[in-house]
Design a protein around this ligand. Structure first.
Ligand code: BV8
Ligand code: ZN
Length: 247
């Protein structure tokens, strides 16, 4: 056991009915998928993801942006869900209601077996048309030549939400609705700076939900959180499952 859970947290977890989990890139770090803000490796270290993940960057240099996403897609396809993802999938069968909201675009929660995942920022493995928005299952190497829409001949792009773009309306309103009805809210592996996702924990706090943060370091959210568990999601989550539902 890496971490000693406070007794009253264990008790609250056993009594909880509606639980919401918000995850960020930190939950995929132990699967080898770099988080959004740590320095990128190799060729990409000279680029700031926030500058590349924008419609303007794509309009300015679609090939550069496609090369970045092709690199990230290769990392994601080689990645395996880690112990934290697997523990979250197990929690779906242990809490009466668990809603999993993710900022991640890597699909690792689904591959770990989490039954329903709300992807706030889309999915890097899905492709859509930049112009007409139609989803196109097109996985050819996007670098030669740049893939085009079979409907309107516009450029295809990864179906992720870029900075300055609005999040999928249904998913976002559902995320706020379940957060406003939860007893316990977990914020796991997120720097809690990207909006509107970063407002979700405050909705839970307004509701009087018990809040838990799992992160190796403190974040701007930490001062508001009831239980700040300092550690990696891959270590803390399995311990939390074991401490609450000992086998
Ligand atoms: C919108 C998809 C408007 C793409 C992503 C000024 C103030 C407030 C807001 C803004 C502002 N200026 C602009 C904005 C809005 C902007 C924003 O919030 N900017 C921030 C940065 C200031 N938001 C937007 O643009 C959003 N859209 O607002 O639209 C609008 C409204 C109406 C109509 C039209 C438009 C869109 C935001 C979505 C952007 N897309 N991803 C892609 O992936 O390529 S966001 C991107 O950041 C990823 O999805 C990532 O998940 C997300 C958040 O980052 P984190 O997940 O937190 O990852 P990060 O690396 O930051 O942190 C990792 C954490 O894990 C760290 O804390 C670390 O300690 C921890 N960790 C590390 N290892 C582990 C770990 N934890 C646990 N275990 C470990 N092992
Ligand atoms: Zn099109």
């Amino acid at each position: 056991m890496e971490i000693e859970l406070p007794g009253e947290l264990v008790k609250a977890l056993r009594l909880a009915r509606n639980v919401v989990v918000l995850t960020g890139a930190g939950t995929s770090a132990e699967s080898g998928v770099p988080t959004f803000r740590e320095a990128q490796t190799g060729l990409w270290s000279q680029y700031d993801p926030q500058q590349l993940a924008t419609p303007r960057a794509f309009q300015r240099d679609p090939r550069l942006v496609w090369e970045w996403y092709a690199w990230r897609r290769s990392l994601v396809s080689e990645a395996e869900p880690n112990a934290g993802h697997l523990a979250l999938a197990r929690l779906a069968g242990l809490f009466p209601n668990l809603d999993l909201i993710t900022q991640n675009v890597d699909g690792l929660h689904q591959r770990a077996g989490s039954p329903c995942v709300m992807e706030l920022h889309g999915n890097i493995m899905r492709t859509k048309c930049f112009d007409c928005g139609v989803i196109i299952d097109d996985y050819r190497d996007p670098k030669q030549p740049l893939p085009r829409c079979t409907v309107c001949h516009g450029l295809l792009r990864p179906d992720v939400v870029w900075f300055g773009e609005s999040l999928p309306y249904e998913v976002l309103s559902n995320a706020f609705a379940v957060t406003r009805a939860c007893d316990i809210f977990f914020s796991i592996g997120t720097s809690s700076v990207v909006q509107p996702a970063a407002s979700l924990p405050f909705e839970a706090l307004k509701r009087g939900a018990l809040t838990v943060e799992i992160n190796p370091v403190r974040t701007p959210l930490s001062p508001y959180i009831t239980y700040v568990l300092s550690g990696t999601s891959g270590a803390v989550l399995p311990d939390l499952v074991q401490a609450t539902w000992p086998t």
